[in-house]
Design a protein around this ligand. Sequence first.
Ligand code: SF4
Length: 611
Amino acid sequence: MVDGRDAKQQNQRARFLPTSRADMSCRNWDTLDVLFVTGDAYIDHPAFGTALLARLLEAHGFRVGILAQPNWRSLDDMRRLGRPRLFAAISAGAMDSMVNHYTAAKKVRNDDAYTPGGRAGARPNRATIAYTAAIKGAFKGVPTVIGGIEASLRRLAHYDYWDDAVRRSILADSKADLLVYGMAEDALLELARRMANGDTITKVRDLRGTAFLAKSCPPGAVELPSFEDVSRHGTDFNKAFRLASDETNPHHGRTLAQKHGTRWLVVNPPSFPLTEESLDRLYALPFTKQPHPDYTEAIPAYTQIKFSITSHRGCFGGCAFCAITHHQGKIVQSRSKDSIKAEVDQLSRHPEFRGTVTDVGGPTANMYGLFCNNASAQANCRRTSCLYPQPCPQLDMSDHRLVELLSALQKHPAVKHLFVASGLRFDLLKHQPDYFARLLKHHVGGRLKIAPESVRSRVTDVMRKPGPKAFAEFLARFRQQSQALDKNHVIVPYFISGHPGSTLNDMIEVALFLKQHNLRVEQVQEFTPTPGSLATCIYHTGSDPLTGEAVHVPRSAKDRRLQKALLLWHIPEQWPDVLEALRLCGREDAARRLRPDRPRSMRRANSSRPG
Ligand code: SF4
């Protein structure tokens, strides 16, 4: 980035947090309290963790600056904002850097949605480790705090798909002083306060939502099998996963300890969820809602969320392949209607806003305002999902807050169109009739995105998703409702290929189900074993840590390719692979039923294909 050149530019820059010494001078700061280092471009929007936390600390009187996508190989660049007085807060960005860099087939991606121009290469592999080393090199002895999704989900010894091995806690590999996991507002603010009051970072050992390395196992901690043991034995890996899962409820979770060599990784219990008031205060902070003015090219991730609104955080779905519950927690925390309306007021003043709110949602859109209606049951709850295998009777699934919210926003004078584009739990929708009707009538623009992920019960059980019966029922209800509205809605289904539990035979049945129900998958999600998830644990050990059952894991490149092809049975180019899968499974009979409608020219050109 360059320093401001004229008054207008300087005024524009002054609305953002400092990214240069000149910005600091404009605020009469000679030093920062906290230096935020991030692998993403600096977008001053609450959808991005770095901006959210930096604005929070700023609101509490701390001097903060942002070092976005620095050159980690250059000491000069790392020193651009000077040595921070309290600590450096380091994050790989909104995604794990390895997921950001590589496809499920481990091929290098050539784009990065969080970088201007969508260009790849602006951050290193294992960015948390690389940035921490660079900060330590630039500022000897400065305390380092790591956080964000990469640090959070790699806090324990974990399976790494790219190394195909179990790695140590990222704390051990990065040598950071403290790790903040989950949504970090409370922990980071308290840490800054304590350090401002003179505590050294090694004294701060009791904060919820943090982890550190220690010389001994704290009394009362739940001892997980050591790094060495989980690296060698799948049974120990599963045991560690199971024990850790049992302690994720902030109301009863205990401290975890896991030996790494001669040291102990200590993970304090999770932070408590934020109250509605705290969440509202966060979203009322003075975000500009724009990328930093130094950027001259569009940032794809910003383009996508520019006119969208986060209504809540957390998810109680507990899907095995998803990391959100591990990061945001199972307890849904919702903003008030007034807070969200105030955000629409602000959006309406955006120079490019033309009246379309592109999304109102969260990890799962139709969980807004839902909660466990039994406080003592919640305090003692050990279920990983409030919905699987059946919705818990304690779950309040009423849609009145959702309906109130959407109808209030729709009445906003600046809003012409209001969409819900975040994912939905279709098994919840049957308990939310008014919301479902309103959704189809006003908020999905003809295409409803639904993620059954599979329609084979053996597989959906591994995924902790509702099975085929629930999906077929949903489809019938959807079509009935859509017809009653005289609309031609289309379901855009999302399915995963290569998930643990899924065989080629299962995928053939999925393809037949899709054909039978006239559904077409547009984009296949190939399963990637991302750090920390239940599905990744199963992928690594070949058995479910929570049930003890052995699970088939499709690992070979060929198996994964054929599974993907079966989801795309309707695309003629996929037919050689579809046919091979059918032949391998002795299911040539299915070819006739699956045959895609091909253009005449293609049929003539390749008459050896099934006809
Ligand atoms: S008691 Fe039921 S509704 Fe409450 S948190 Fe546990 S699973 Fe969810």
